[in-house]
Ligand binder design. Structure first.
Ligand code: GDP
Ligand code: MG
Length: 176
């Protein structure tokens, strides 16, 4: 089967670990201080269910509650990874706002999303329960994972689950 190209955006409040998750997935390492202001595109070939995907990951520079959802982000992607940090209630509130803005621009089309609570290694600083995360994802009909970019826990799962959702979403529709 030919390689399928999949464009994925990683979004969320600042400092939640968007870059760390992206780099862990693409390069298999944890980079401790990564410029928080850059938006970067990473590329990786990965196989799920004997299908090869060329994943183009756009690691966004981050959003806050006031960010305007960039129109080009609504057209250009097959799916979204929305990240908060389990140590930050604020980042959990911001991810809800990002989701609402995303829906505003795409309308009611179903969009593949994985909600990620990152930094599970910092359990002593936890501010958002697993249950809260799970419930939010359920209300979106999205997948939910808690992960640690630092410990490389559940990082590949995030992208694999999203690729499977995208596959199902495309169904018999023509390939984008
Ligand atoms: P971004 O602004 O969302 O791209 O966040 P970064 O990936 O730059 O990470 C922000 C800070 O959180 C950095 O100091 C990272 O080292 C740290 N960080 C990211 N992921 C984790 C994680 O899973 N565990 C811990 N303990 N720190 C993390
Ligand atoms: Mg970053």
């Amino acid at each position: 089967m030919p390689v399928k190209e999949r464009r994925i955006a990683v979004m969320g409040y600042r400092s939640v670990g968007k870059s760390s998750l992206s780099i862990q997935f693409v390069e298999g390492q944890f980079v401790d201080s990564y410029d928080p202001t850059i938006e970067n595109t990473f590329s990786k070939v990965t196989r799920v269910n004997s299908q090869d995907y060329e994943v183009k990951l756009v690691d966004t520079a981050g959003q806050d509650e006031y960010s305007i959802f960039p129109a080009e982000y609504s057209m250009d992607f097959h799916g979204y990874v929305l990240v908060y940090s389990i140590t930050s209630q604020k980042s959990f509130e911001v991810v809800k706002i990002i989701y609402d803005k995303l829906l505003d621009v795409i309308g009611n089309a179903h969009v593949p999303i994985v909600l990620v609570g990152n930094k599970t290694d910092l359990h002593q600083e936890r501010a958002v329960s697993t249950e809260e995360g799970r419930k939010l994802a359920e209300s979106w009909k999205a997948s939910f994972l808690e992960a640690s970019a630092k410990q490389n826990e559940s990082v590949a799962d995030i992208f694999h689950q999203l690729l499977l959702q995208i596959e199902r979403n495309n169904g018999n529709a023509q390939e984008k």
